[in-house]
Design a protein around this ligand. Structure first.
Ligand code: GDP
Ligand code: MN
Length: 390
């Protein structure tokens, strides 16, 4: 789960990581009042959306008076920002965060994440903070410094101190950097984050270290033990299809292809996506209907798949282990009838009660294309989506 920058900064502050003072605003007047309250000569008005790259897209503006802040907020609020992280449809700005301006001497980059390859946390830092970090990683990888932290040992100050010196910080700043990283790491563990990213971490002209931006991702599977974090969810920022799936307890990820997929089991769902690509097609979604899929769930899953206007064909791929293929077949036929399904449907059933399931499909009078193997299912679905014979 993602949160907004202003929410991330409140958490950073809670863990002793320095952030600028700020005020959230949903109207230009509130932004002007916020700037007045902050009372600094310069404030920064920042679009609050769940995506980075706002600065370059016009979503971050400096203002030298409350009037300018009000104007900046009126420019930014209601804007649809298009950044490399928003997707082609962009994101509508509903809130801005008005922050005390900082006199920036240097912009650094700092992140904490998991490095699964070595089963450790990774602190990733660079002197090239700011708005171009992805480019730095590909053109100047030597400017990215990584320190691994063994989970059973935890972060030791000497590690962040060494990292601070590698970033070329002066001794007084290194001391501050060690405290900064310690707070960030504590937050990462305490709140079950999957990633925190501070870009930029600035060194101000007076030598302070401040988190000027903050992005935090939380591990969804651990949210149950952090109700205060779960409460920060902003449904308006989430993909409408994924939100609907969440509500009915289906694991769904929207993709940009045209073959809707309904599969049981995450591994089989991944294999199905691979097979569609292998056959020259493109999946519209990942959907794991789960081990306990019943008739009602199958129907809900179909509805969800069909909400996506790009869907030209549907591929159902079920391996009956606990789930019974005959029940799935009943669900599929009921859904196809109720929803007056108009796109071609390819169904592969294997495992428990598969033969009974296939008979139900064959006798349903519906135009359903059966498939035996995964590859055949992929080929048929790709052909159907291309308008060939399904
Ligand atoms: P992002 O583009 O979505 O990552 O948004 P950021 O919060 O990182 O802001 C983008 C850029 O705006 C930063 O890299 C800074 O250069 C600039 N910026 C943000 N806050 C301030 C500030 O207080 N003072 C100054 N001078 N620049 C700022
Ligand atoms: Mn940033």
């Amino acid at each position: 789960m993602n949160v907004h920058e202003y929410q991330a900064k409140a958490l950073l502050a809670e863990f002793g990581v320095p952030v600028p003072a700020g005020v959230l605003a949903t109207t230009p007047a509130e932004a002007g009042a916020g700037a007045r309250k902050l009372g600094t000569p310069v404030v920064v008005v920042k679009a609050q959306i769940h995506a980075g790259g706002r600065g370059k897209a016009g979503g971050v503006k400096l203002a030298k008076s409350p009037e300018e802040a009000e104007q900046a907020a009126s420019d930014i609020l209601g804007m649809t920002l298009h950044t490399p992280q928003t997707g082609p449809e962009g994101k509508l700005v509903r809130k801005v965060y008005v922050e005390a301006g900082s006199a920036i001497a240097d912009e650094l980059y700092l992140a904490i994440l998991f490095d699964r390859a070595v089963e450790r946390f990774a602190l990733v830092a660079s002197t090239e903070g700011g708005m171009e970090i992805e480019e730095v990683a590909s053109t100047n990888p030597e400017k990215i410094h990584t320190v691994h932290v063994e989970p059973n040992v935890g972060l030791k100050d000497y590690q962040s101190r060494a990292l601070g010196y590698e970033l070329g910080l002066a001794p007084e700043q290194v001391t501050k950097f060690v405290a900064f990283v310690a707070g960030l790491f504590e937050l990462f563990l305490a709140k079950d984050c999957s990633q925190v990213e501070i870009n930029p971490l600035v060194v101000t002209e007076s030598g302070e270290l401040i988190a000027l931006d903050g992005k935090i991702n939380f591990d969804d599977s651990a949210l149950y033990r952090h109700p205060e974090i779960a409460g920060l969810r902003d449904p308006e920022e989430e993909d409408a299809r994924e939100r609907a799936a969440n509500e009915i307890d289906l694991a769904y990820v929207g993709l940009d292809g045209n073959i809707g997929c309904m599969v049981n089991g995450a591994g089989l769902a991944m294999a199905t996506l691979d097979m569609i690509h292998y056959c020259g097609g493109s999946p519209a979604n990942f959907l794991d209907a789960g081990g306990g899929a019943d008739k009602q769930k199958v129907k809900e899953a179909f509805k969800l798949i069909l909400r996506d206007e790009n869907v030209q064909a549907i591929l159902v791929n079920i391996f009956g282990g606990i789930v019974r293929c005959d029940l799935i077949a009943e669900g599929v036929t009921a859904a196809a009838q109720d929803l007056e399904l108009s796109v071609p449907l390819v169904v592969r059933l294997q495992g428990t009660m598969a033969e009974e399931g296939r008979a139900i499909l064959a006798n349903s009078g519906l135009d359903i294309t059966p498939a035996e193997t995964l590859q055949e299912a992929g080929e048929l679905a790709v052909a159907a989506a291309k308008g060939g014979k399904g």
